[in-house]
Design a protein around this ligand. Sequence first.
Ligand code: BGC
Length: 875
Amino acid sequence: MSVQVVDLKVEYATNPLGLTTLEPRFFWKSKSSKSNKLQSAYQIQVASDRQLLLDQMVDIWDTAKVNSDESLQITYQGKQLEAEKHYYWRVRIWDEEGIVSEWSEIAYWSMGILERSQWKAKWIGRKPEAHVTKETTSLEIPPAYMRKEFVATKQVKRAMVYASALGLYELSFNGNVISPLFAPGWTDYHKRVQIQAYDVTNVIKQGAQVFSVILGNGWYAGTVGFLGDRVYGARPLFSMQAKIEYTDGTVEEIRTDETWKVTKGPLLYSDMIMGETYDATLELIGYQEAGYDDKEWEVPDTRPGYNALLTGTIEPPIIVAEQLKPISIQKTKDNTYIYDMGQNMVGWVKVAVQGAKGTKITVSHAEMLNPDGSLYLENLRKAVQQDHYILKGIGTEYYEPKFTFHGFRYVELIGYPGEADLDTIIGQVIHSDIPKTGNITTSNAMINQLFSNIDWGQRGNFLSVPTDCPQRDERMGWTGDAQIFARTATYNRDVAKFFDKFYIDMLDCQQPSGAFTDVAPDAGWIRHKMWNTRLNWHAPDNPGWGDAGVIIPWTMYLMYGDKQVLESNYDASVRWIQYLHDMSDNLIRPDYANYEDWLSIGSTTPKELIATAYFAYSTQLVAKIAEIIGKPDDAAYYNQLFVDITKAYQQKFVDEQGKIYGHTQTGYVLSLSFGLLTPEQQKQAVQYLVEDITERGNKLSTGFMGVAYVLPVLSDYAQDDLAYKLLVQEQFPSWLYSVNHGATTIWERWDGWTEHNGFQTPSMNSFNHYAYGSVGEWMYRYMAGMETDEQQSAFKHIHIKPRLDRTLAFVEASYESLYGLIRSNWKITGDQYELTVEIPANTTATVHLPIDGKLGEYELHNLGSGTATFIGKLV
Ligand code: BGC
């Protein structure tokens, strides 16, 4: 067989459960041992039962042969999909010679609950204790434990569970945890709550069964952001309905209602930002088993319904992705130890301990150590990265927290009975399930460490939403950070589902004015206890932050070919541009924005310049988007608006010598990258930019808004040489400065710690902020040269244009695109380069290589799928 169809996905996921979109999208890859393989047609079949497909009795959708080379984003167009049903599908393709493949293996998906009226379960929680008032903090509201027993009388054909919470829940069935970490994920719960679906057919047995739940405050009712707790609601609630289909055709439903039992247990409190205390002497032994005596437990507090949209889960689950062993331990005094995990990580540690009942141990976490070797906790602000465990005193006890997480490299064990060693703790690395898709290795070990730091920054912060940092009392979905890092993020890891959810978070908090906010999800307003007043959490329309509302969907189109996002986001993008337009003075945006080129070093770019540049950029993206989704009139309008903004920009900010107002690196790179200058001004701008960088000794001065554009702009304007100089710069400020000083993640600030000043101001000093890691984009797109074609996005047509440079002896890069693996490996030996390229079936590539060995000019080689090696001379 010349081609095989593999890796079938629906809505970016393998066999997803509980979808609520009526038009799910299909994806597959083709695999072939031969080169130059293309798809010329496909056929999809969907049936309500696996056997029907095998028997050729296709009852739901048969596309017949469709002449098309598309293997991504194929929208379902069959019979109306029904709630709570499973669908089975397979696909076959025809290659470029018209030879048909075998049918793929059968994949499936299931639909969730589609109508509010189908959600019959009540929302249950624990009645507030007598002392609880409006002013009670969430820490005084312990997680609830709940249970429900029932008997499955007959043989089960299928058992599905749908569950969610306002808060966080851990759901177990017959003692096995079936929910992911931190379910149901963070959304603006006033507007939208995600429902998770679980197939428990294989866990259910005939006879007595138990559902048990631990319910935490989480983002809903616990501390969230820096302004307080109980932001969305006063206390958490859980809701679940299970549908058990027996082989005799009967159905039984189990729902949360007054017949469940509730109590409190060993978790005295558990808070995302404030840590946790677990008293093992209070464990409810056996409550997850049938037959447990819950007579003393309380009747739950019930609410009939909840007035927000209940939708299928879009985001990927949060998982323990890896375990890390500490690399060193030091006993600092009796019963106290400090561990080094060797990596700034996010999650927690699992501790093994033996000791007398009632002994309390504390596990404290920090990213750095003070000069005296103690934990550096000053940068946490109000966050408390401490978990406490009270021993029950029986054998070896294992403890790990439930509804909290920490950002740390160092762990202090306090009050530890007996001798601790390297096996006493193990790090649990958690993040949203975003499998690795990109890799880069070079001949320079420091660059490799930088690359690793970028990836760890992403892993630490992609947790339900793209957060700014994982340690201090913030951990919010800052949109500016997310957009500047978005392209790097999409190369590094499969974030299709992750961003598919995040752009909805941004939509949910778009303001009536059209402004996109600077954090998402939002909570509309919050009650600020200290000032006893209502505050808007967000500030709307910060340039570069609000623009994420356009840039992230655009990135999803580029990397995943996702036109559906462009369509569903289109009205919002139009309203955003209109808002910016209305709030401008002759197309120049005012300078009220708060953040400017956030945390830039040694230069200040005028706010109105950044604001107008981003206004132009978003406008141009909306023009492109309009074109792509078939709105040529709109495209013409926004193209014209872009030209008009550009003219206003030049008039206002560019002087006769081509100097740009503020004369900063960020000013030049934004102007060049967003296409805001005349050809003459471009030349001048490049010259000023190069001069500025060189005068600073090949150093940067950019903050969050400029950083991702510096190296790409230099490369675009034939300055690869300088781009490499910045990349390998080790002196402060630079990427490698932090690497040189032991960083294992990307720091929030260039000067988070310096030899000359020590730690920066602690109120703003995270060591795990990914924004400066956006240099990863240049490494993939320029250094390795793997770029998609805007017209044939998602790497259907690939440009391979590596920036060969003697700074590095070799670069090996790969990216697992939705079509399959792309590889670009180059090495330089003497004056000879060798480039090996691999591209997947059903794609083509144009390889750009130096003409006559001269860098900066390129000749093209066309490549069909497969591998090719190019050897040439460098001048
Ligand atoms: C966050 C940032 C964010 C910024 C806005 C900070 O507190 O940590 O990453 O973008 O506020 O300026």
